[in-house]
Design a protein around this ligand. Structure first.
Ligand code: 2AM
Ligand code: CA
Length: 263
């Protein structure tokens, strides 16, 4: 795989998709809900996924596509080249705020991340990573994460996990909130991973994420030394939904051992 040629191709493809999303602000958007009333999808999510799939099938016929809206392939195994795509990550923000959402794309070969992209469309900010060659913010190389401690960390997490819930002992979460410097909640897993990689937050924690939410961000985050696992400390699963934590390596273990307690 010629990573450099693919990188140039993908950057241009993502920018074109971004233009399409911006143009959609001028049109009427159809909103539906999926698994629950707050799990939203729009015609734009679907159109953008289909736009990517049309191009990928035309230009990379041997590759497979794992997309959130289901227009890609039925992916059960990780062999070969797989494009993991979330056409709009943070759909609720897209609908309500028209900002704070991103296109998220990760290219994996035989289960190993090769290229990762998170495009903050409205701000025209592109984060990307190339395996073994670093991570970049608008083509400026990002530095390896610096050592930190819990008391000086900012942790990104949805507020849902700080109130009694089905999955997590919320007393652990409340202790985390007391012990860290600050908490943040952006509503887009991809952007939260981009912020982790750029050092704006020191960890991102989520109970349930799908492969397309994290694939692009994982390649980027790993290039600056972040650790990405599920709550058992196992490498993140890229075939099904799972718990997810991405963190500065200095605090990853402590977060898992001391604060995150599955019920
Ligand atoms: P989405 O906008 O693409 O659905 C919100 O905190 C983050 O979690 C977003 O990245 C969102 O992705 C993701 N998310 C929301 N609901 C989800 C669900 N039911 N399953 C998996 N990921 C979800
Ligand atoms: Ca989405």
């Amino acid at each position: 795989m010629d990573l450099h040629a693919m990188d140039l191709y993908i950057k241009s493809l993502i920018k074109e998709a971004g233009h399409r999303i911006c143009n959609s602000f001028l049109t009427d958007i159809t909103i539906e809900s999926k698994s629950n009333a707050n799990d939203l999808v729009t015609n734009i999510d679907k159109e953008i996924e289909q736009f990517f799939i049309g191009r990928i099938r035309r230009d990379f016929p041997g590759h497979r596509i794992f997309g959130e809206e289901g227009f890609g392939d039925d992916i059960q195994t990780s062999e070969g080249v797989i494009w993991m795509l979330d056409p709009i990550d943070g759909t609720m923000n897209f609908v309500h705020q028209k900002r704070n959402f991103a296109i998220s794309l990760g290219i994996f070969k035989d289960g190993v991340g090769q290229l990762g992209y998170i495009y903050d469309v409205v701000n025209d900010d592109l984060y990307h990573g190339v395996k073994g060659r670093g991570a970049y913010y608008n083509d400026e190389q990002m530095r390896p994460l610096m050592e930190t401690v819990i008391a000086e960390s900012i942790v990104a997490m949805n507020a849902t996990w700080a109130v009694p819930n089905r999955y997590l002992d919320h007393e652990g979460t409340l202790q985390l909130i007391r012990d860290v410097r600050g908490m943040r909640s952006y509503g887009s897993a991809a952007l939260e991973l981009a912020y982790l990689a750029s050092g704006r937050v020191d960890a991102y924690i989520s109970m349930r994420l799908s492969p397309w939410d994290i694939a692009g961000g994982m390649v980027i985050a790993q290039e600056v030394g972040a650790v990405t696992t599920n709550f058992k400390g196992e490498p993140a699963n890229l075939l099904k939904q799972d718990t997810f934590i991405a963190a500065n390596p200095a605090i990853h273990q402590e977060l898992l051992k001391k604060y995150i307690r599955l019920k």
